[in-house]
Design a protein. Structure first.
Length: 51
């Protein structure tokens, strides 16, 4: 399984949970987003997001 997580702050949490649940070797964490086209996205810092 491949897990995609674009938010850097969450990547460490995701990797830690993969290890805690003994899924290392079965789950690969990719610190990127998946979308229809290539490019870069600037995200708002936590607490400043527009709803």
């Amino acid at each position: 399984m491949i897990a995609f997580e674009p938010v850097p702050e969450n990547v460490a949490y995701l990797r830690r949970n993969v290890e805690r649940n003994e899924l290392t070797g079965r789950v690969t964490v990719e610190p990127v987003a998946v979308g229809e086209s290539c490019g870069e996205l600037t995200r708002a810092p936590v607490g400043r997001a527009v709803r």
